[in-house]
Design a protein around this ligand. Structure first.
Ligand SMILES: Nc1ncnc2c1ncn2[C@@H]1O[C@H](COP(=O)(O)OP(=O)(O)OP(=O)(O)O)[C@@H](O)[C@H]1O
Length: 235
């Protein structure tokens, strides 16, 4: 189990028809599993790009992403998919639930096509849904759930395989401030209970301020890191 993720000289260029966008410039940073890290920055600053590279959903143009000693740039596409499945849970702003599947089927969906005992993961999915206050909603479709409930189904799905890391991209963007607050508290509890590292991209400074560590991105560069500078210089 990796206790840290290390970014070594990460750059990301997006090639357009006529222009190339440099979304990230030479990022060096280490994330620790015992920290709740919030990533903040204005729109277009590179937060989602950074999270997708950390989550191995995309490859950097140059540089490397290490989970402990494991260099993810050495893995092929199938190995990366297995690596993500085993180690990383992902939550997105729009939840990305499959509309034709019930809550419990959505939670189990990471196992579809993988040889695992169906009974084991159904039991795990139920435990997670119960833990997240959705015991009566196993068979509800996403369209029959509130935004906050859909978000909790998405978290259950991200946690169903006991990941070492939970990466969340603007997960509170579609929630009102009360539900955003509840969501944040839930993440804190899950972190304590399950011991997974959490990296949260957010526009919500109120929430970010509660994290153990805040990293601020501007124009593809890290311009603030509360583990290296005083809190007053951030936000
Ligand atoms: N697939 C892509 N192709 C081309 N350019 C992209 C692509 N994805 C992102 N970009 C560009 O890279 C830069 C960083 O985008 P990114 O989505 O990482 O920002 P962000 O901080 O997450 O923004 P927001 O808060 O609005 O979601 C932006 O200039 C964006 O237009």
């Amino acid at each position: 189990m990796a206790d840290h993720i290390q970014l070594i000289g990460i750059k990301k260029l997006y090639a357009g028809e006529h222009v190339e966008t440099a979304a990230l410039h030479e990022i060096h940073r280490t994330f620790r599993r015992d920290e709740f890290t919030a990533i903040i920055g204005s729109s277009g600053s590179g937060k989602s790009t950074l999270l997708s590279l950390v989550g191995t959903l995309d490859q950097p143009s140059s540089g490397r992403v290490l989970y402990g000693d494991l260099d993810t740039s050495k893995l092929n596409a199938n190995q990366l998919a297995d690596f993500r499945f085993e180690r990383i849970g992902l939550v997105f702003q729009h939840f990305h639930l499959l509309p034709a599947l019930t809550a419990i089927e959505n939670v189990m969906s990471p196992f579809f096509g993988r040889r695992r005992r169906a009974l084991d993961h159904r039991a795990k999915a139920k435990r997670l849904l119960d833990r997240l206050g959705l015991a009566g909603k196993y068979h509800s479709l996403p369209s029959q759930l509130s935004g906050g409930e859909q978000q909790r189904v998405a978290i259950a799905r991200a946690l169903v395989n006991d990941p070492d890391w939970l990466l969340a991209d603007e997960p509170t963007g579609n929630l009102d401030s009360r539900n955003a607050e509840l969501f944040y508290e839930l993440l804190q509890e899950l972190k304590r209970e399950l011991g997974c590292g959490i990296i949260l991209v957010t526009h919500d400074l109120q929430l970010a301020r509660k994290a153990d560590r805040i990293i601020e991105i501007k124009d593809g560069l890290i311009v603030g890191d509360s583990s290296q500078v005083t809190d007053e210089s951030l936000c």
